[in-house]
Structures are given as C-alpha cells and as structure tokens.
Design a protein around this ligand. Structure first.
Ligand code: GDP
Length: 175
C-alpha cells in the first residue's frame, strides 16, 4: 500500500498448552522471569528486519483468555496472518489445528491470508505423537506453510516469525 504503513496483525491459534505464549514471549524478547502475570497484556509489537526490509508485526496471543464465541469470531476476522500451533506431543492438538484451519477458511473464504502451521515442542523427542511427515502432509492438504519449533530450546522460533513476514510480503507483492 502507498502509505508505507506496514503493521500486520498476526493471530496465534491452537489448543491450550501447545506453547503459544512461550513462542510469543520469545518473539517479544520476554524472559519468563520478567513476567509478573499481566492479564490483558497479550499483544506484542516488534519490528523485524527480514531480507533487508523492516516489517512490524503485532502478535496477538488472546485465543484462550476469552472463550466466548464472539471473541473467537473476532480473532478469525482481524488477522493479516495466522499461526496455528499444535504440540508434536499431543495428537488431539494436531486434530484441533486442522479444525481451526477449516474454521479460518470458512470465515475468510475469499481471502488468501498467510497461514503457518507450527508443530511445537520438538525437544520432547520421546513423547512425540505427531511425525514431521504428518505435519508436512497436513500443511500441503490445507495449503499453508509448515515449520517445527521448540520454544524450550528456542529452535526455529526466529525462522517462524521471519517466515510470517515473508508470507505476508508475498501476498502484498502479488496484489
Ligand atoms: P499456551 O497455552 O499455548 O500459551 O502454552 P504455553 O506457552 O503456556 O506452554 C504450556 C507449557 O508447555 C508450559 O509449561 C511451557 O513451558 C511448555 N512449553 C512450551 N513450549 C515448549 C517446548 O517447545 N518444549 C517444551 N518441552 N515445553 C514447552
């Protein structure tokens, strides 16, 4: 767009406990020990320099604070991009991710919004219930990007948010 304004809302979706807050805290550069439980503080803004260009993301981690349907609908409407998180140690959360993808598609039918499917907690090797191949195949079926992360090891978390930026830019450029 011509205003040069480039702030994009990124909404994290996924079952409780899959690691959304941990991923957002890493994005925001917040250490767990700095966190004196601040209810309401669930959106974080940061400017990332990706491929020599700056983009500001406002990452919203509000999915669970409000369980009302109306709020979920709101989340489905406001995102410029979505990160759907499951835990590779929790098959139920993987199935929820598919449902969320379907719900998103229904809500934002005509739009080609970037969606990144994230399998988190790869460090818990012995508890893994969802293989990387299954995650990748699911992303192909649902036409979204895929990455596995470990918030605990801070593995692939930077790559995840840089990927979000790149996906947003791809859509902008093709408009
Ligand atoms: P949310 O409910 O989706 O926001 O999940 P949280 O970020 O609150 O994480 C739920 C629990 O899983 C917490 O105890 C985290 O410390 C833990 N957790 C999050 N990400 C990881 C990860 O990558 N590996 C491991 N081992 N634990 C994680």
């Amino acid at each position: 767009d011509s205003s040069g304004e480039s702030l994009y809302r990124v909404v994290l979706l996924g079952d409780p406990g899959v690691g959304k807050t941990s991923l957002v805290n890493l994005f925001a550069g917040i250490q767990e020990r700095d966190l004196p439980e601040q209810p309401g503080e669930d959106a974080y803004e940061r400017t990332l320099s990706v491929d020599g260009e700056e983009t500001t993301l406002l990452v919203m981690d509000t999915w669970e604070t409000e369980r009302r349907n109306r709020f979920h609908n709101y989340c489905m409407q406001v995102g410029n991009a979505y990160v759907i998180v499951y835990s590779v140690t929790d098959r139920v959360s993987f199935e929820s991710a598919s449902e969320l993808r379907i719900q998103l598609r229904r809500t934002r039918q005509a739009e080609n919004i970037p969606i990144i499917l994230v399998g988190n907690k790869t460090d818990l090797v012995r508890c893994r219930e969802v293989s990387v191949e299954e995650g990748r195949a699911c992303a192909v079926v649902f036409d979204c990007k895929f990455i596995e992360t470990s918030a605990a090891l801070q593995h692939n978390v930077t790559e995840l948010f840089e990927g979000v930026v790149r996906q947003i830019r791809l859509r902008q450029d093709s408009k």
